[in-house]
Design a protein around this ligand. Structure first.
Ligand SMILES: C[C@@]1(CC(=O)O)c2cc3[nH]c(cc4nc(cc5[nH]c(cc(n2)[C@H]1CCC(=O)O)[C@@](C)(CC(=O)O)[C@@H]5CCC(=O)O)C(CC(=O)O)=C4CCC(=O)O)c(CCC(=O)O)c3CC(=O)O
Ligand SMILES: NC(=O)C1=CN([C@@H]2O[C@H](COP(=O)(O)OP(=O)(O)OC[C@H]3O[C@@H](n4cnc5c(N)ncnc54)[C@H](O)[C@@H]3O)[C@@H](O)[C@H]2O)C=CC1
Length: 190
């Protein structure tokens, strides 16, 4: 097995994200975070910030600090995305963040990433995260687009019904698992 990454599904309202940098790469990261997690709490620090980033402020929880990064900005954060155009600065911020035990993504620099951002498909309550182990983000993007097209809207209804059925089940854990497995067996037939 070659992809050793372990996907987790973070609640970005409980684990706020700090983004350093306000250019194209920061925009990509911020836009995908809000697309997948509109309740995300994001703070972004940079002296120059793209207009498209600023526009998220009205509708989403985006706090902007329009100035250079300072080490004390890391206080209170557990997770960080670094996306300035200055490689040395990115490295220095990474060092300081690691010293403080944050998990860090230096955008587009796999060696300085504790986690990668994936391509994310959302259909109702179903969420699928895609990674190519860093080999081809473009493939991850295309595969997301394929899945977004291919997954039927009915999945939302299906999950609602399954939740209702699950809540209505009586009996011990084993009985419930058996019933749920019976009900969903047809999903994997053919
Ligand atoms: C390792 C990783 C670390 C990280 O940044 O988290 C990483 C690294 C790098 N990306 C690079 C470039 C591009 N990245 C994208 C797009 C995305 N990149 C994302 C994630 C990741 N990118 C992580 C691995 C994910 C995995 O495991 O597959 C996505 C999925 C999520 C997101 O960014 O939110 C998002 C698609 C979102 C979507 O559409 O769903 C595009 C395409 C485009 O923008 O159209 C290009 C240009 C084309 C190309 O190069 O492929 C470069 C080269 C930089 C250079 O050339 O200088 C590196 C560095 C390197 O490879 O060494
Ligand atoms: N733009 C792209 O599509 C790609 C960019 N990259 C790399 O990603 C990095 C970032 O690229 P872009 O976002 O395009 O750059 P950019 O030039 O658009 O943005 C850089 C951002 O960093 C901020 N910054 C600079 N000094 C700072 C400081 N002291 N504190 C806080 N913020 C600071 C700037 O204000 C600006 O908002 C670069 O290393 C670039 O080579 C890699 C692949 C693709």
């Amino acid at each position: 097995m070659s992809n050793l990454l372990y996907p987790i599904f973070l609640k970005l309202d409980k684990v706020p994200i700090l983004v350093v940098g306000g250019g194209n790469v920061a925009l990509e990261k911020v836009s995908f975070m809000f697309k997948s997690s509109p309740n995300a709490k994001v703070t972004l620090i940079a002296p120059e910030i793209k207009e498209e980033i600023l526009e998220y402020q009205g509708e989403y929880s985006l706090k902007i600090k329009k100035r250079k990064f300072e080490n004390s900005d890391l206080e209170g954060f557990q997770a960080l995305i670094v996306a300035t155009e200055d490689k040395l600065l990115n490295y220095q911020i990474w060092q300081e963040a690691k010293r403080r035990n944050l998990v860090v993504n230096v955008a587009d620099t796999p060696d300085l990433c504790d986690f990668y951002l994936g391509s994310i498909v959302t259909k109702g309550d179903l969420k699928i995260a895609i990674s190519t182990n860093g080999k081809s983000p473009t493939f991850a993007k295309r595969f997301r687009e394929i899945l977004e097209e291919a997954l039927p809207e009915e999945i939302e209804e299906l999950l609602d019904n399954l939740q209702q059925f699950r809540n209505s089940l009586k009996g011990d854990f084993e009985t419930k698992v058996k019933k749920l497995n019976e009900l969903t067996a047809s999903l994997i037939e053919n």
